[in-house]
Design a binder for this molecule. Structure first.
Ligand code: HEM
Ligand SMILES: *[C@@H]1O[C@H](CO)[C@@H](O)[C@H](O)[C@H]1NC(C)=O
Ligand SMILES: *[C@@H]1O[C@H](CO)[C@@H](O)[C@H](O)[C@H]1NC(C)=O
Ligand SMILES: *[C@@H]1O[C@H](CO)[C@@H](O)[C@H](O)[C@H]1NC(C)=O
Ligand SMILES: *[C@@H]1O[C@H](CO)[C@@H](O)[C@H](O)[C@H]1NC(C)=O
Length: 319
């Protein structure tokens, strides 16, 4: 009997560790302390989008990156200091931009409710707004995250890589409590934005021992990518949009994927097992089904908790 109880407690501890993702976040967390928070964040995102159409992609990617490393604790926003190189200065940072949007939102929020709202919450809200303002779905963001004090460039090796295969992606996501369905739905984030040549170079030059180009890639699509990304590409900014409508949050990504017109091996990998392939077809056929799944999975990602303890006053520096 006692042994059974001990075993149960042990199992419970294994499944629900101290930093369980199911922490006390709530939709109405700031209702009393900062009622105008969401309006301010939306305004900052909207304003930035007027001058720069790439802002939504930047914010969505930034939130994903934040949550996948040390949980959603705004570690991605911290600047390098002294000898410590922050995430921001790690290798996959080519895709990080639009930090100023968070800085501006934080400034407006601090003016209204000083010391109350975490940078991690502002980033989660900004990512939601980025999707909604690009024509995608909107949702209630659970709030109450705390900001962390650690950010290391080397941690970014934990992000899934664009060359990952399906089993690597599955492992990467399941480590964070995310399923294969989450993987497929969240990969739909690639309906927004841009990738540099280096991120899909492996598929268009020296693919493997027998193919120069990934044979699963549509040949004319591959040819167009090779023309912007030659073998020894010297143009640092060269690359391609992730789908043909890179500022619209739609399901075109899945339609392109089914045609062999995705950029990354990690996108193509979703077609390599029946379970994920079926979901790709489902989302390609129905924007509604995609949106529903995307919202569910985004809320899950945004609940990955970190070890954050404070409300940072400046999102780039620990208190
Ligand atoms: C499944 C694993 C994933 C891999 C391997 C991956 C990989 C990448 C890579 C390599 C880039 C391009 C970087 C560059 O060359 O500039 C990129 C861009 C992007 N990713 Fe992902 N990603 C993944 C999942 C996600 C998720 C879950 C989201 C959000 C829901 C997301 C949203 C984006 C967005 C919006 C961009 C465009 C960024 C921009 O244009 O500024 N990705 N991703
Ligand atoms: C990326 O990292 C390099 C140094 O490693 C840094 O010079 C650059 O500013 C970083 N980019 C962003 C957007 O932070
Ligand atoms: C970088 O991170 C990896 C995996 O998280 C770890 O194995 C490695 O020791 C780290 N390297 C440094 C220099 O900290
Ligand atoms: C994925 O890659 C790993 C090595 O990185 C390999 O061990 C594994 O067999 C690969 N899985 C598939 C399904 O190709
Ligand atoms: C996630 O993928 C990256 C890049 O392939 C790898 O370095 C990291 O170890 C993976 N993490 C997990 C938990 O599988």
């Amino acid at each position: 009997m006692t042994a059974n109880i001990v075993a149960l407690v042990l199992v419970a501890l294994l499944y629900f560790p101290i930093s369980s993702p199911v922490s006390a976040l709530s939709s109405n967390y700031y209702d009393k302390t900062c009622p105008q928070l969401e309006t301010k964040v939306t305004y900052a995102v909207q304003k930035a989008m007027m001058n720069d159409k790439t802002v939504p992609a930047g914010l969505l990617r930034m939130h994903f990156h934040d949550c996948f490393i040390r949980g959603c604790d705004a570690s991605v926003l911290l600047a390098s200091k002294g000898k410590n190189k922050a995430e921001k200065d790690g290798p996959p940072n080519v895709s990080l931009h639009a930090f100023y949007v968070i800085r501006n939102a934080k400034k407006d929020v601090e003016a209204l409710c000083p010391g109350v709202v975490s940078c991690a919450d502002i980033l989660a809200l900004a990512a939601r707004d980025a999707v909604a303002l690009s024509g995608g779905p909107t949702w209630d963001v659970p709030k109450g995250r705390k900001d962390g004090r650690i950010s290391k460039a080397n941690d970014t090796v934990q992000l899934p890589a664009p060359v990952s295969n399906i089993s690597e992606l599955q492992r990467n996501f399941s480590q964070r409590g995310l399923s294969m369905k989450d993987l497929v739905a969240l990969s739909g984030g690639h309906t927004l934005g841009f990738a540099h040549c280096s991120s899909f170079q492996n598929r268009i030059h020296n693919f493997d021992a027998t193919h120069d180009i990934d044979p699963t890639m549509n040949p004319s699509f591959a040819a167009s990518l090779r023309s912007v990304c030659p073998m020894h590409n010297k143009v640092k900014k060269a690359g391609a949009n992730l789908d043909p409508s890179p500022v619209a949050f739609d399901n075109a990504y899945y339609k392109m994927l089914l045609q062999g017109k995705s950029l990354f091996s990690s996108d193509q990998a979703l077609l390599t097992v029946p379970k994920t392939k079926k979901l790709v077809s489902k989302f390609a056929a129905s924007q509604k089904a995609f949106e529903k799944a995307f919202v569910r999975s985004m809320i899950k990602v945004s609940r990955i908790s970190g070890a954050g303890q404070e409300i940072r006053l400046d999102c780039e520096v620990v208190n």
